[in-house]
Each structure stands twice: as structure tokens, then as C-alpha cells.
Design a protein around this ligand. Structure first.
Ligand code: DX5
Ligand code: ZN
Length: 220
């Protein structure tokens, strides 16, 4: 089953609650929350109070993507605020295994992610401990960027690596996903699709955007 995780970065922040509720009503599976610190990525977005506010107005699992340096410092705060899945960058952690264990002990589902140029080998040793690996298909920091085409093969290689472990680990993909790319990445092995622009800025509205992605995935 393919999961769709609308990225709230593309929503109207002045109407954030309504936007997330519209995504929930339209059949989204998660709300994807992009946290940026202006250090790890060249942009600043939102943080713990926004996660806490969203937790009160939606039942959707909050899929929190931490684009912050040394995220270990804030894991407890994000889980206490209501994060369901917490994903950390391999490039941002001094002790990735410790961070992942910490997320699990706090009661959330741990995920790891890697930038487009980071080798899949950096996640091999952590695969037995995570529930999700997020392939960044753009350089993190901004919504609305072009999908990097070589990431499709990276997804396929990750899927093979995960099969070798014999464990079920979700493959999430984030950046430049629209209906057409959705079909391509699902065929490669992804099963959680993050989409910001293609959901919250879809010309026909949020529901039509989600439906278009879902319909494209059904082909596979
Ligand atoms: C990029 C973020 C993404 C981004 C996706 O740093 O992690 O979640 O907002 O936006 P689109 O779907 O517009 O590429
Ligand atoms: Zn993201």
C-alpha cells in the first residue's frame, strides 16, 4: 500500500490547520513536517510549537523530517510535541545509532535520510534499527525543486539492500514528486511519497492533487 505524505512546507502557513485537515479529508496518510535550522540547510522553517499545534487538530501521523544539525538535542522535544515518525539525516548526526535508539525509546518510529550525493553505504549498518529510510530526491532546504533523475536508481538499489535484511523498512522519497514521478519511484520500490507542491499547490486543489498521485501509483 502506497502512503502519501503531503509536505506542509508548500501549504499556506497562515491557514496551516485548515490545510492539514483538507489533506486528511482527502485521504493523506501522513502530514510531512519539514524542520530546517538555517545551518544544516540554507533555510529556516518551523519547529516544535508547530508540531504541537498540529497534533491537536489532526489524527494524521506527523512525519517529522529534521533538517537540523545534531538533531539529538531536540528528539525528546519533538516526540513530546507529538511526532509519530522522526527522521534524521545521516550527515547531521555524530552518533546515528544512538539517535535512532533514542527515537525508538521515546516511543516514536525512527527514520534516517540521506542527501542526494550521500552513498547508500551510510545507511547499511543502521537498517536493522529503522522503520523508514528517506531518499532525498532534491537537495534539502526548499520546496518546489526539480526531481534529480538518478535518485530512481538509488531507490531501486536501496530496495535491494533492504530485501537482503529480510526486514520490512519503508522507503520514502522526498522532493519534486508529482503524479508522473510517483509512478516511477513506486516502480523502483518506494512506498511513502512526500509531495508538497503537487498537493498543496495543485491547480485543482488538495484532493485532486492527492487523487492524481494515487491514481498514478495504482498503475503499478
Ligand atoms: C525539502 C523538503 C521537502 C519539500 C518537498 O527540503 O524536505 O519535503 O518540501 O516539496 P516539493 O514536493 O514541492 O518538492
Ligand atoms: Zn521533507
Amino acid at each position: 500500500m502506497i502512503k502519501i505524505a503531503p509536505s506542509i512546507l508548500a501549504a499556506d502557513f497562515a491557514r496551516l490547520g485548515e490545510s492539514v485537515q483538507a489533506a486528511e479529508a482527502a485521504g493523506a496518510d501522513y502530514a510531512h513536517v519539514d524542520v530546517m535550522d538555517g545551518v544544516f540547510v540554507p533555510n529556516i522553517s518551523i519547529g516544535i510549537p508547530v508540531v504541537a499545534a498540529l497534533r491537536k487538530i489532526t489524527r494524521l501521523p506527523l512525519d517529522v523530517h529534521l533538517m537540523i544539525t545534531r538533531p539529538e538535542r531536540y528528539l525528546a522535544d519533538f516526540v513530546a510535541a507529538g511526532a509519530s515518525i522522526v527522521t534524521v539525516h545521516v550527515e547531521a548526526c555524530d552518533h546515528l545509532h544512538r539517535a535512532v535508539q533514542q527515537i525508538r525509546e521515546l516511543g516514536a518510529r525512527p527514520g534516517v535520510t540521506l542527501n542526494p550525493a550521500t552513498s547508500l553505504e551510510t545507511v547499511r549498518e543502521i537498517l536493522p534499527y529503522v522503520d523508514q529510510v528517506l531518499i532525498m530526491s532534491v537537495n534539502p532546504g526548499f520546496g518546489g525543486q526539480e526531481y534529480i533523475p538518478t535518485m530512481t536508481d538509488k531507490i531501486a538499489r536501496l530496495a535491494a539492500m533492504i530485501r537482503q535484511t529480510g526486514r520490512a523498512v519503508d522507503i520514502e522519497v522526498d522532493g519534486g514528486i508529482d503524479a508522473e514521478r510517483a509512478a516511477e519511484v513506486v516502480a523502483a520500490g518506494a512506498n511513502v511519497l512526500v509531495a508538497g507542491t503537487a498537493v498543496f499547490r495543485y491547480p485543482g486543489g488538495v484532493k485532486a492533487g492527492i487523487n492524481a498521485i494515487r491514481a498514478a501509483c495504482l498503475v503499478h
